[in-house]
Ligand binder design. Structure first.
Ligand SMILES: [Zn+2]
Length: 600
């Protein structure tokens, strides 16, 4: 576990790096006025709406509303924690972090770090043997015959391990690793006789496998020719769990974010073949079923998933299962259909990259359409019993769809194909629909709420919304002004929840004795959503000073709306009292209303 980095050091790091330099490593930035602009790495766009402010040391995208400081940028683009981002930035700024983070002792590398280091060194070693040495020549030719270009070999860091008993062991021992840790890391195997060890991988083409942060954590070795097993994988170790590993995830992350979709394959071979066919947002499971951990990892980056599994029965069953899990997790799932019972790799070899990219992936179908195809496998639809069972099953699936338009489309398809009355089908489907819905009304209430929020968003923002934003913009630059606002709005909250949360953080930030500093404040806030909003407000162009009249206007807009809500509430209460013939209470409420109106 990484230790907490003291705040002084975080501040030192923050002051020593320039956000423009760091972001320039990922985005081509052009200066325009005070700010820099570029194509956003977090969403797909053609005109630059991603802006970086060197003055404020923050970034903000006007398209997808991503925003934050240099730490959050690295966290987001590399998928790493705050601590990890701090460590990388410290390296760039030449701030010796390790010495300062440990209070009393020098920290020794943990077992995990040693295992990863051993993998890292071996990855480089194997790759070097493949591309630079005579001994790797045969393997290199073998790969080239199979359409692996030099670019692909470098990109995936493919390597070759010699057909000898202990080359890797000797190599790593010379680097100071002992047998215990290497055995634990799955790199060597203990022989029958005690204390003799030999390499796990011998005479194989090596495909490195990395975790979501890009650390090499395992290998898969393929035989040249026809030996068995065809693929030999690292065993599960403290640093490698198949249930948490997605091949190529770290490399594909930027493409996934950009395209806002991911293509999921069943193994790394398909993933590499698809990459060479131009699919850059492809990832693969490691020969296991999809897990909740995998889905969690995917969902942090996109909720659009295209499944591209083998066309055989096992692959189709796996597609159904993975599709259900992803849909339940709120993903929009499509399925790429590979003709003729092939797997993606075979298809690409036979039909070429263009067809794969444009027809198979480009022509992927909605998950519901896949299910309509899937459920007819093994059924004879000329037989009435089979046909009815099929229709019933499809109706049940249609009922699970949230979208009424979608439900209608599939009902029509069904009606047309089996020459049934659409109305009768709809009636039947509604019955199923309500019996399912009754169980899930709660979920729906939440969804409805979200929907109405989205709808509200599209309307013109009310006056208090702009007032709140402008006040916050000035409060971010001026601590005493923030205190003035706090005094003026003692009884009245900001109406937008996020705004209220931001000012609460901001008051605490100033009370801790911090000076106004956007980038520093962004570290102070934990919530990514709030960070985005702060960066957005921070990027607003505002006058240096706020006049007294402006200040009063904004306060008035916020408090007037507050009192208006209160009055409406009281009017309702008064009506209720009258209905209940409680006239004394009604009179009291009326008094309160008059007092409230005076506050306006
Ligand atoms: Zn964006």
């Amino acid at each position: 576990m990484a230790e907490r980095i003291p705040e002084e050091i975080i501040n030192e790091i923050r002051k020593s790096v320039d956000i423009v330099d760091i972001i320039s490593e990922y985005v081509q930035l052009k200066k325009q006025g005070r700010n820099y602009f570029g194509i956003c790495p977090f969403h797909s766009e053609n005109t630059p709406s991603f802006s970086v402010s060197p003055e404020k040391q923050i970034f903000h995208c006007f398209g997808c509303h991503a925003g934050g400081n240099v730490f959050s940028f690295l966290m987001d683009i590399e998928g790493i924690s705050f601590q990890e981002a701090a460590i990388r930035l410290a390296e760039k700024a030449n701030i010796p972090l390790e010495l300062k983070t440990t209070s009393s002792h020098m920290r020794l590398p943990t077992e995990t770090e040693k295992m990863m280091r051993a993998h890292e060194l071996l990855r480089q070693f194997y790759h070097h043997i493949l591309v630079n040495t005579n001994k790797g020549q045969e393997a290199l030719e073998y790969l080239q015959q199979r359409n692996f270009t030099r670019e692909i070999i470098d990109y995936f860091q493919i390597g070759y391990c010699l057909d000898e008993w202990d080359t890797s062991l000797k190599f790593l021992k010379a680097k100071g690793f002992d047998e215990d840790i290497l055995e634990k890391a799955g790199l060597i195997i203990r022989g029958e006789k005690n204390n003799t060890y030999f390499d796990r991988f011998r005479g194989r083409i090596i495909f490195p496998i990395s975790d979501y942060k890009g650390n090499t954590v395992a290998f898969s070795g393929r035989v040249l020719g026809n030996g068995q097993p065809k693929y030999l994988n690292s065993p599960e170790t403290p640093i490698f769990q198949k249930s948490q590993t997605l091949f190529n995830f770290h490399n594909a992350r930027v493409a996934i974010r950009k395209k806002q979709s991911v293509v999921l394959f069943e193994g790394f071979a398909d993933c590499i073949a698809a990459f060479s066919a131009g699919i850059e947002n492809g990832i693969g499971t490691m020969g296991t079923a999809l897990t909740e951990e995998h889905i969690h990892l995917i969902k942090r980056n996109t909720d659009q998933v295209i499944l591209c599994f083998d066309a055989d029965m096992a692959g189709q069953n796996a597609t159904l299962k993975a599709g259900e899990m992803l849909s339940n997790a709120g993903c929009v799932v499509r399925v790429a259909i590979i003709p003729d019972g092939k797997d993606p790799d075979e298809y690409i070899i036979k039909n070429g990259a263009e067809l794969f990219k444009n027809v198979v992936i480009g022509g992927s179908i909605p998950f519901m359409s896949f299910k309509m195809r899937f459920f007819r496998i093994g059924k004879n639809l000329d037989n009435e019993g089979d046909r009815l069972a099929y229709i019933e099953k499809v109706l049940e699936e249609i009922s699970k769809l949230d979208n009424a338009v979608e439900r209608d489309i599939y009902l029509r398809q069904l009606a047309e194909e089996f020459s049934l009355s659409l109305d009768a089908l709809k009636q039947q489907q509604r019955k199923i629909f309500y019996s399912i819905r009754r169980e899930t009304t709660k979920d729906n209430a939440v969804k409805q709420q979200k929907l109405s929020l989205i709808k509200q968003d599209k309307k013109l923002p009310p006056a208090y919304y702009n007032a709140e934003r402008l006040l916050i913009a000035h409060m971010l630059r001026n601590a005493s002004f923030a205190m003035k606002v706090q005094d003026a709005l003692k009884q009245v909250p900001f109406h937008i929840d996020e705004h209220q949360a931001i000012v609460t953080y901001l008051y605490a930030f100033y009370e801790d004795g911090n000076a106004p500093d956007l980038s520093n404040f962004l570290n102070f806030i934990q919530d990514q959503h709030l960070k985005n909003i702060v960066a957005e407000i921070g990027m607003m162009t505002i006058s240096e000073e706020i006049s007294d009249k402006e200040f009063k206007d904004y306060i008035k807009q916020i408090s007037n709306y507050h009192y208006k809500l209160k009055i409406e509430e009281k009017i309702e209460e008064g009506k209720k009292a009258e209905r209940e013939k409680d006239f004394i209470k009604a009179a009291e409420i009326l008094k309160e209303i008059i007092a409230l109106k005076k506050s306006l």
